[in-house]
Write a new protein. Sequence first.
Length: 76
Amino acid sequence: MKKYMQAEVEQQQQEDEAAAMVVAKRQKMLENEKESIEKKPFMEIQRETKKFRQDIFKKRHRARALENQIRTMPLF
């Protein structure tokens, strides 16, 4: 049982590190694009940035919709 738990902890740490690397890479990409846009204000936004932005909007929308749904549920 202890080996299983240790393996689970190690797997979780690896997943956390991978997620942190993805976030850092995305942050760097966004910072670079921001600098480019500041230099050339009429520059087209990159496809990856558009997709990321759309994903964020969708997550926020779903969270608000779920929150509104919970608020309107009748209490018994």
